[in-house]
Design a protein around this ligand. Sequence first.
Ligand SMILES: Nc1ncnc2c1ncn2[C@@H]1O[C@H](COP(=O)(O)OP(=O)(O)OP(=O)(O)O)[C@@H](O)[C@H]1O
Length: 447
Amino acid sequence: MQLKNAQILIIDDDEDVLIALKLLLKSKVKEVVTNKNPNNIERLMETQKFDAVILDMNFNGLVNTGNEGIFWLNKVKSKHPDVDVILITAYADIDLAIRSLKKGATDFMVKPWKNDKMVQTLTEILKKVSASKTNRVELATKTEMVGESDAINDVLIKIKKVAPTEANILILGENGTGKELVAQSIHENSNRKDQPFVKVDIGSLTTSLFESELFGYKKGAFTDAKSDHIGRFEAAQGGTLFLDEIGNITLQQQSRLLSVLQNRKVIPLGSNVPVPIDIRLICATNLTMSQLADESRFRKDLVYRINTVDIVVPPLRDRGNDITVLAHHFADYYAGKYGKDQMKFSPEFLHKIKNHPFPGNIRELQHALERAVIMADESYLKATDLAFPEIEQSEITSHQKPTNLEDLEKNTILTVIENNNGNISKSAKELGLTRTALYRRLNKYDL
Ligand SMILES: Nc1ncnc2c1ncn2[C@@H]1O[C@H](COP(=O)(O)OP(=O)(O)OP(=O)(O)O)[C@@H](O)[C@H]1O
C-alpha cells in the first residue's frame, strides 16, 4: 500500500503531539484521525478501517513504565492483527523497545522524533505485504477470501493442504457461506489452475437436462439436438469440475454420476463411443454430513467417492470479528463501485450488524452492505441504512431474537439515539432519563 492511500490513527494524551503529527502527515496520507483517550481505540477501529496506528506508550503522567502502551498494543493486535502499530515514547528504553516489538509492534520511536524518519518508517511499513505480518494462510486466489477468524483460517489451512493433490473434495456449509469461493481457491491453488474451472448447479438440473448437460449429446440424439454438444465433464477436461448442490439430486441421477466417476468415461447421448475424462472433482452441499449419511436420500458409495476430504465452511455467526471485517470490505467495495467516498460506520450501525444472526451468511451481509451504501446520504452508515430482507428474517428462530431485558434496553437506547440524530439530551428526554443516567447506560453497554 502507498502512503497516500493510508488511513492512520494516532493516540496520544499530549495534544501537542497529536497536532504535530497531524500537521506532518495530513498532506501525505489519505486520512489522519487523532484521539487523546486510548479507551476510544476499540470503538474507533471498529467504525473505521485503519492501516496503521501510532500509539503513545505513557498515558499516565505519573508512572512512565510504558506498560500502558503495551496493554493498548495487545488490545489492538488481538482484534486487528493486520494493523501496524508504531509505538512512541519520550523515554528511550531499549528493553521496552524490544518488549513492544516482541508483542507485535512494527516499530518504535523515541520522542522527539525526526519528521523524515517518521514518514520513511510509515512508508516502508505500508509497502510490506500483509501476508508477511500475520499468520493468516495466504492463497493465490483471484477472489480474495476475506476474514481473520480462526474458523476461516482453519479452512484456508485445509485448502492449502488439499489443493495440490488430486483428492475429490466435498465442501459442506450453509447457503452463502462461501463454498463456491472455496472451490475456486482449491482450483486456483492446484496443478490444474491453468485449465478450466467448470461449475454446474447440478441440483437444479431437471431429469431430462441432467444427462445432456453433464455428458453431452450428438446431433440428432433427440428432437432439439441440432448439432453435437459437449457436456460439462468434457468441458472441464484437464481442469476442475465443481458440482454445486449435490445433495439435491435424485437416487437415479446419483447412480448415473457414480458410474461415470468409477469408469472415468462419459458416453454422450446418441453415441456409443466412451470419452475418457480427466477431471478433478469438487462437490458442495448445504446438507450436513449426517443428512448425507441418510441412505434413503443419498447413496453411501457415492458419498465415499466424492468425499476423499471434506471441508466444512463455518456460518458467519461463528466467525467472530469477521462480520466487522467483511462489512468494511463490502462497504469499501460498493463505495468504489457507486462512486462514493469511503464509508465509516456509526456505532448504532455496527451494533445492529454485530447483533444480526445472518441466516443468509456472507451473501446476506454483502447485499445488506450494498443496499446500505446505495441508501446512505453521506459517507457515514447509520443503522437506518441497514435493512435485512424479509426472506432471511423469517428464518431467524425465536431463540436468536434478543429476549433478555438488557438486550431490549440496549436496542431501545440505540434506536432512540438514532432517531434523535445522536442528540443525547433529546434522547434522554424521550427515554425518561436524565442525561447522566443515559450516559451511565451507554457506558454500561459499551456503546
Ligand atoms: N471470505 C469471503 N470474503 C469475501 N467474499 C466472500 C467470502 N465468502 C463468500 N463471499 C461472497 O459471498 C457470496 C456468497 O458466496 P458463495 O456463492 O461462494 O457461497 P455458497 O456457500 O457457495 O452459496 P450457496 O450455498 O448459496 O451456493 C459471494 O458473492 C462471495 O463472493
